[in-house]
Design a protein around this ligand. Structure first.
Ligand SMILES: [Zn+2]
Length: 180
């Protein structure tokens, strides 16, 4: 059953009642996330299902969908970043409980029995943000332009970003060199 979303809720009680919430929020309602956005416009679709799992632990399943307007770090243009995140969280009351939770489960710490549901959705969106927002190269304004000079620049840029971004790419490069 879908219900109106309360601001604060007790996840233990909601799980006991098997409550589900769904609907839309506005991106402008998310203060922390707004700082990472190029424009604060758009909606977030969410679905939250509270239930008790087989060990009687309160769980929160669900889905968070949105399109986040980010700033491409290469051309500084707007980049619409789609998010479609699935949630599966175990609610814990004290941090020590983490030790009893298998690594495959994510936890949400709720020390005073009150969970702000907007924060839950916002955290999920924050976790979905890319480390560095960049257009796909074929879509990026900085990489377009026909001349050979522009292509040379793009090549230089790609080499730079590979070394900066991914230690694995660097390792792969080293490996290639050794086998050559
Ligand atoms: Zn770009």
């Amino acid at each position: 059953m879908l219900s109106q979303l309360p601001e604060f809720a007790n996840p233990w009680r909601l799980a006991d009642q098997r409550k589900s919430f769904g609907g839309k929020m506005q991106l402008r309602d998310f203060g922390r996330l707004s700082e990472a956005l190029l424009a604060i416009e758009g909606e977030v679709q969410f679905e939250l299902d509270f239930y008790l799992d087989e060990w009687k632990r309160p769980r929160i399943g669900g889905r968070v969908k949105s399109v986040l307007p980010l700033e491409c770090q290469r051309c500084l243009g707007r980049m619409d970043f789609p998010v479609d995140a699935r949630l599966d969280l175990v609610v814990i009351e004290v941090h020590q409980e983490v030790e009893n939770i298998p690594d495959t489960c994510e936890t949400v710490l709720v020390p005073d029995e009150q969970l702000r549901l907007l924060d839950l959705v916002e955290d999920e969106l924050l976790l979905s943000l890319p480390q560095v927002a960049r257009h796909d190269r074929t879509l990026c304004n900085a990489a377009s332009g026909g001349g050979s000079a522009a292509r040379g620049q793009a090549k230089e840029d790609s080499r730079e970003s590979v070394t900066k971004d991914s230690p694995f790419a660097v390792l792969a490069g080293l490996k290639t060199k050794q086998t050559e």
